[in-house]
Each structure stands twice: as C-alpha cells, then as structure tokens.
Ligand binder design. Structure first.
Ligand SMILES: [Fe+2]
Length: 100
C-alpha cells in the first residue's frame, strides 16, 4: 500500500497510517479464522471483495486521473494473483473449485 500512500502524497493529501479505524476503512472484514482451510476460504472471499473494490475504483478514476488508475490496475493484478493462490490451495485440498 506504499504506492497508494505515495500517490496520496503526490496529490497533496496526507496518508492515514493510524491503525485505529483501519477496520472501518477496509473493503473486507477481519475473519476469526478457525482452522487453516477456513482461513484460506475467508481469505479468498476477502480477496474477491477487494478485487471488486479495486475494479470500482479503476472505473471511477478512468480518464479523470490516469496515473492513479494505472497504480490501481497494478494493485488489482496483485490481488487477483492472491485470489488465484487461495483458490488453488482450496482446489488442492478439496479437489474441486470453491465459489465459481
Ligand atoms: Fe491480497
């Protein structure tokens, strides 16, 4: 998220690193896990929520701010990799896709 903080700074804003309130600003919820498989499931759901959030942000910025849009597209690609990794772990464990 340093890229986002740097971009906020470039735009004249002040990045908010205060952990207090992070949960209220997050696109996903903090899960309490349970066992490892459940933690991977929860992480996959969270990754997919974050992917949807970045897709919305990318549409919002569109041509209004191409630099921010390009930065977000890079983050989106990383989040899609995370989701693929979690999905692959679940397939390896359960032998079938989780969520379609
Ligand atoms: Fe992620």
């Amino acid at each position: 998220m340093m890229a986002a903080a740097k971009r906020i700074d470039q735009l004249g804003g002040v990045p908010d690193f205060n952990p207090e309130g992070l949960a209220t600003r997050a696109a996903s919820e903090y899960g309490d896990g349970g066992n490892l498989v459940e933690m991977v499931r929860q992480n996959l759901v969270a990754e997919r929520l974050v992917i949807e959030h970045y897709q919305e942000l990318i549409r919002f910025f569109g041509d209004r701010d191409p630099t921010t849009r390009i930065m977000l597209e890079g983050i989106l690609a990383e989040e899609e990799e995370h989701a693929t990794d979690m999905h692959d772990l679940l397939i390896a464990h359960e032998g079938r896709p989780f969520l379609s």
